[in-house]
Ligand binder design. Structure first.
Ligand code: NAD
Length: 491
């Protein structure tokens, strides 16, 4: 059995308590590795290492050279993508068909932001003060804590680490206690790329024991977080006590809206992709499917036809469509929501129970589940399930679709299926979400900003602008000649 220690200052370091916890393969239901159980002492050690690196070699390295190291890292990621993909699947049960491509794609974040590192420019400002020269500099924040969720550990990390390093910060990474292995192994790649020791550290453990200690650490200058809105709110409150900036990528309950003029089959596939891809365990899941009433019954019939043929089973097989639920608590939570939906009067037209068929092995599977007769005020329509459970809600008009789509505390993403370009533009303007997809779903890129409106988050990841989330602006004033003007009056 493999054992993972913390990675601090370029070395594998045993946890202060000497304790480890198990990590499971959710498909086999078997423990496959032991993970260091971090605490405040480990967090302090990692932050000290990151702080020393920030004040040392990394802090004085040119942005061009930082960028070169990141581009080198991108090449190493591509070389190791297959291994990293398998590791993710073993630990979180997502499909190899998706994770293999995703781990290769990670390289693009490091390459893109590596290229951007030396293109961050300050400006010389026009001055209304005679004889004073004024310019701006964009400076890194210092040590950034990066806390991630279990559904796509390396991707969520790339969204934070790539812009943060390009901006000149150093990092302490704390992956989810359910899927720590890939982030820890990723540290070897960082070392191989020649990024100096201490620039990126990774410590593992539970949110309350080591995550919170990181957030509260006086030398942590920012937290970049992906996870639930409940933990996000707690981190935001802790950050407020330090007046510390945060980026928060939180939950969602995204509307996927199908109009009668849409390409029918493409919309069906888009609805399936929105909720059953990744077993529904994505923040951007299109978990509320709004279907125009005129096509509702026909659409649901076809949806069920496609979804019931989905192959459930081994995530390592490229033939599989739906993999296991990653964690036991999540499995229980999804089943709980299925019961709530039934009690509230929603009609279960597909699934609604654990899958125990041939492909299940020891894993925790839930059948693709579709509820109709859902109204938007039901709990199943308002709360994030984070599993393969779809709520279908009928609507009549465009205005009603917008109203239902926006009637939610979240605002991460939305989908629109229509062949009317005017409607596509109107909908993308009116939907209160950080991402709107029209006639597609689940597209993300290193080039495009991603983040939430409302309770789905704070700040943006990816895209050129996101580097600013890891920078602060300094205004420098230089007097061209000394003056003895009245010192009691502001110039
Ligand atoms: P979670 O909030 O339980 O945990 C996320 C991380 O936060 C873990 O590493 C955990 O250890 C840590 N944590 C928990 N409490 C903490 C605290 N008080 N201080 C510091 N760290 C703490 O979330 P999860 O169950 O791992 O992930 C699922 C959630 O993540 C869903 O709500 C999903 O929508 C969201 N998510 C959002 C995005 C996005 O980009 N918006 C992407 C993926 C997942």
């Amino acid at each position: 059995m493999k054992t993972y220690d913390h990675f601090i200052d370029g070395n594998w370091v045993k946890p202060a308590t000497g304790e480890y916890f198990n990590t499971e393969n959710p498909y086999l239901g078997k423990v496959w590795a032991k993970i260091a159980r971090g605490n405040a002492e480990d967090a302090d050690k990692a932050v000290k290492s990151a702080k020393a690196a920030f004040e040392g070699e990394w802090g004085s390295m040119t942005a061009t050279n930082r960028g070169k190291l990141m581009v080198r890292l991108a090449g190493i990621i591509e070389r190791e993508a297959a291994r990293l993909g398998e590791l993710e699947v073993r630990d979180n049960g997502k499909l190899i068909a998706e994770m293999g491509a995703q781990t290769k794609y990670l390289a693009e974040w490091y390459r893109y932001f590596g290229g951007l590192a030396d293109k961050v420019e300050g400006s010389v400002l026009p001055s209304d003060k005679p004889g004073i020269f004024n310019f701006t500099r964009h400076e890194p924040l210092g040590v950034v804590a990066m806390i991630t969720a279990w559904n796509s550990p390396l991707l969520l990390l790339a969204w934070k680490l790539a812009p943060a390093l390009a901006a000149g910060n150093t990092a302490v990474v704390k992956p989810s206690e359910f899927t720590s292995a890939s982030s820890l192994e990723f540290m070897e790649l960082i070392k191989e790329a020649g990024i100096p020791d201490g620039v990126v550290n990774c410590i593992s453990g539970f949110g309350a024991e080591v995550g919170q200690a990181l957030v509260d650490h006086p030398d942590v200058a920012k937290v970049a977080f992906t996870g639930s809105d409940v933990a996000g709110q707690r981190i935001y409150e802790s950050a407020a006590k330090k007046i510390m900036p945060v980026t928060l990528e939180l939950g969602g309950k995204s509307p996927n809206i199908v109009f009668e003029d849409a390409n029918f089959e493409a919309a069906v596939m888009g609805a399936i992709s929105g909720i059953f891809a990744a077993t529904g365990q994505t923040c951007i899941a299109g978990s509320r499917l709004l279907v125009q009433r005129s096509i509702h019954d026909k659409f649901v019939k076809r949806l069920v036809e496609v979804a019931e043929k989905a192959k459930i089973g081994d995530p390592m097989s490229t033939e599989t469509h739906v993999g296991p639920v990653t964690t036991r608590p999540q499995f229980e939570k999804v089943l709980g929501y299925i019961n709530v939906a039934k009690e509230d009067g929603a009609i279960c037209v597909l699934g609604g129970k654990p899958y125990t068929g041939e492909g299940a092995k020891g894993g925790q599977f839930i059948e693709p589940t579709i509820f109709t007769g859902v109204s938007n005020d039901m709990r199943i329509a308002q709360e994030e399930v984070f599993g393969p459970v779809l709520s279908v809600i009928p609507f009549d008009t465009e205005e009603e679709a917008i109203s239902i789509g926006n009637d939610i505390i979240y605002g991460l993403a939305a989908g629109v299926w229509t062949s009317d370009i005017g409607r596509a533009l109107r909908m993308s303007e009116k939907l209160r979400a950080g991402t709107v997809w029209v006639n597609t779903y689940r597209a993300v890129s290193f080039m495009s900003p991603f983040g939430g409106y409302k309770r789905s988050g704070q700040g943006r990841e990816s895209g050129q602008e996101s580097i600013k989330e890891f920078l602060q602006t300094k205004s420098v004033w230089i007097a061209q000649e000394t003056t003895t003007a009245n010192p009691f009056i502001m110039r």
